[in-house]
Ligand binder design. Structure first.
Ligand SMILES: [Zn+2]
Length: 295
C-alpha cells in the first residue's frame, strides 16, 4: 500500500489550490466528504455549520470489508474535500479515486502520527486513543483553513473547543479505567483493534480471534486452539466484539473457556443516535462496556 500514500500526496499536490468555496446552502452534494461516520462527526465539530459534511460509508458498515458502490464515485467527484483516517485503513478507496478521476483534495487526518507496525503491517486504529484524534483535529483544521481561508478564525475556535473536549474525554477514560486493577486489564478482541487504546490506558491484549489489523480475515484451527489456551492461562473474563462482527467464532471460544462475549462495542462506526451517535459518545460507551466486564 506504499504507493497508495504516494498517490494521495500526488493528488493533493496537483489540486491543493482549488477555487474558493461558495455558500453551501442550496447545494445538495456535501462539500466535505469523510470516509467513516466517526470522521464526519470529528470534522463537523471543527466545521460547525459553515460547510456540509457527510460520511461516504453508511452507519454500521465495517470499513475493513466495505464494498464500494457506483454512487460512491459520484459522491467523491462532487465533493471538494475528502477526509480519510489513513494509515492503511481505507483499502476500498484506491479504485474509487481512480474512477472519480483524481480531482479531489484527499486529506489524511492521521498525517504525522507514527503508527504501530507489526511484520510490515500498519495498525490503522489510531482514533481509539483520543490523543491521536487531537492530531486529526489539527490536520483537518489546517486543511479546512487552506480550502476556506475566510473561515480560519471559526475553524480555530471550534478546533480549540473540541480539543478541550477530547482532553477531558482522555481524563474521563483514565478515571474509569482506574476502577480496574492493572492485572485485570485484559482485552480479548475480534481483531487487533485495541493496540493504541491498550498502550494509552495500561491494558494487555490477552488474545485476538483474528490475528490481523483487519476484521477481513479468518483464524486457522491452530490459532483458535492457541487463543483458547491464552484465555485460560491469562484469566481474561470476556471477549469484546464490534457490533458489526460475526459472533460465531467468539461464541465457540467463549463456550470452551467459560467467558462472556460482549457483542456491542462500536469501534469503526457510529450508531444512529444513542449509544454511539458521536465519536466522544462512542468512546464513552465502549469504555463503560469494558469497565463493567472487567472491574
Ligand atoms: Zn478494525
Amino acid at each position: 500500500m506504499r504507493h497508495f500514500s504516494l498517490l494521495l500526496i500526488l493528488l493533493f499536490t496537483l489540486t491543493a489550490c482549488g477555487s474558493a468555496p461558495t455558500s453551501p446552502s442550496g447545494t445538495a452534494a456535501p462539500v466535505i466528504l469523510t470516509s467513516t461516520t466517526f470522521l464526519a462527526d470529528i470534522t463537523r465539530n471543527i466545521v460547525g455549520d459553515r460547510q456540509t459534511v457527510a460520511a461516504l460509508l453508511p452507519i454500521g458498515s465495517d470499513p475493513h470489508s466495505y464494498q464500494p458502490t457506483p454512487q460512491d464515485v459520484t459522491k467523491i467527484s462532487q465533493s471538494k474535500l475528502l477526509i480519510i483516517s489513513g494509515a492503511d485503513y481505507e483499502h476500498f478507496l484506491e479504485p474509487l479515486l481512480e474512477n472519480a478521476g483524481g480531482t479531489q483534495n484527499v486529506i489524511e487526518a492521521s498525517a504525522g502520527i507514527n503508527p504501530r507496525e507489526e511484520t510490515g503491517n500498519v495498525d490503522p486504529h489510531l482514533w481509539l486513543d483520543p490523543n491521536n484524534v487531537i492530531i486529526y483535529v489539527e490536520n483537518i483544521r489546517e486543511a479546512l483553513t487552506h480550502y476556506d481561508p475566510e473561515g480560519a478564525a471559526i475553524y480555530q475556535a471550534n478546533a480549540d473547543a473540541y480539543v478541550a473536549e477530547l482532553k477531558s474525554l482522555d481524563k474521563w477514560i483514565t478515571e474509569q479505567v482506574n476502577q480496574i486493577p492493572i492485572e485485570k486489564r485484559l482485552l480479548v478482541t475480534n481483531h487487533e483493534a485495541f493496540g493504541y487504546f491498550a498502550d494509552r490506558y495500561g491494558f494487555t491484549i490477552a488474545g485476538t480471534v483474528i490475528e490481523s489489523f483487519s476484521s477481513d480475515a479468518s483464524p486457522s484451527a491452530q490459532q483458535m486452539a492457541a487463543l483458547i489456551d491464552q484465555i485460560k492461562s491469562s484469566g481474561a473474563p470476556a471477549i469484546f466484539l464490534d457490533a458489526a462482527d460475526n459472533t460465531t467464532l467468539a461464541q465457540q471460544i467463549a463456550d470452551e473457556t467459560n467467558v462472556r462475549v460482549v457483542t456491542d462495542l462500536h469501534l469503526e462506526s457510529l450508531t444512529n443516535g444513542a449509544p454511539a451517535g458521536t465519536y466522544i459518545d462512542m468512546m464513552k460507551y465502549n469504555v463503560t462496556q469494558i469497565v463493567n466486564a472487567l472491574k
